[in-house]
Design a protein around this ligand. Structure first.
Ligand code: PAJ
Length: 281
């Protein structure tokens, strides 16, 4: 596996792949890799000839008081995992390499960027779309792989690609879960044993909403109330939001008459976790 620390090196690796007419797949990550990330790598391997993964803890998508400084950085184990998956190129730039001093240019997906997590994390999605656009320009992949775990992020990236006519196909892969149902996340490492148990409330709330839906309930307010009840029942869990939205616009729906996304975010102790499920009438 070739490790590129500079933009110039990464561009050269991509150029080489393109010259040999190889289909280039790309998986952007912030590292602390787990089975969720590896599922994207495997999907990329299955669909593309050459696979590049980036590891970059993007300062621009963390708000003041968020976990940028303590975000897990585990480069060596990450590198080994990617070697084992037979990844071709690892792009791991420094913040200085990615952001020229006094950079003032951003990519904003207006409206969508202020929904769901964007409401409680102002500027978060602007940070995501700016770095993903930069990564796409540097790597120039044919296909890029994202997880349904971050459903709003996937929607917003798709919209950016469409609006800016970027020549990349976005593939969204299913949520990977721990055996007990908790969505796999780098932030699960922050949970103490008690919080780890409480964290199951997110998936439990979503499952409860799904089962009420399967029994015929279509009213979003009523489904939301069911989910919130499940969440608040658990000590140490503080809901940020539980919403039922149109997966393409992220706008709330009143009645679930077509495919809808149930998205939840909650603090478990000091750790903010997210999860979601799709309802298909
Ligand atoms: P990160 O949280 O490292 O996630 C990288 C990718 O892995 C994202 O597309 C995310 O949705 C996916 N992923 C994480 N956990 C998953 C799970 N349990 N199942 C399936 N996919 C999962 O998301 C980011 O980094 C950043 O915002 C990034 C896109 C890299 C931009 O900085």
């Amino acid at each position: 596996m070739k490790i590129c620390k500079t933009i110039a090196d990464m561009r050269a690796a991509s150029r080489a792949a393109r010259h040999s007419e190889k289909r280039l797949g790309f998986v952007p990550t912030m590292g602390a890799l787990h089975e969720g990330h590896l599922s994207l790598v495997r999907a990329a391997k299955a669909k593309c000839d050459v696979v590049a993964v980036s590891i970059f803890v993007n300062p621009l998508q963390f708000g003041p008081g968020e976990d940028l400084a303590k975000y897990p950085r585990t480069f060596e184990p990450d590198r080994e995992l990617l070697e084992k998956e037979d990844v071709d190129t690892l792009f791991a730039p420094t913040p200085e390499e990615m952001y020229p001093a006094r950079a003032v240019t951003y990519v904003t997906v207006e409206g969508l960027g202020e929904k769901l997590c964007g409401r409680s994390r102002p500027g978060h999605f602007r940070g995501v779309t700016t770095v993903v656009a930069k990564l796409f320009h540097i790597v120039e992949p044919d296909m890029a792989f994202f997880g349904q775990k971050d459903a709003a992020q996937a929607t917003i990236v798709r919209r950016m690609v469409r609006d800016l006519n970027l020549p990349v196909e976005i593939v969204v892969c299913p949520i990977v879960r721990e055996p007990d149902g908790l969505a796999t996340s780098s932030r699960n490492a922050y949970l103490n044993p008690q919080d780890r148990k409480s964290a199951l409330a997110l998936n439990r709330a979503l499952s409860e909403v799904k089962s009420r839906f399967d029994q015929g309930e279509r009213n979003a307010s009523s489904l939301i109330a069911t989910g919130k009840q499940m969440l608040t029942r658990e000590i140490g869990v503080h809901p940020d939001y539980l919403e039922i939205v149109d997966p393409a616009t992220l706008d709330p729906v009143r009645e679930v008459t077509s495919s809808a996304l149930v998205a939840v975010a909650a603090f478990v102790g000091k750790t903010r976790l997210i999860d979601n499920i799709l309802l298909n009438p």
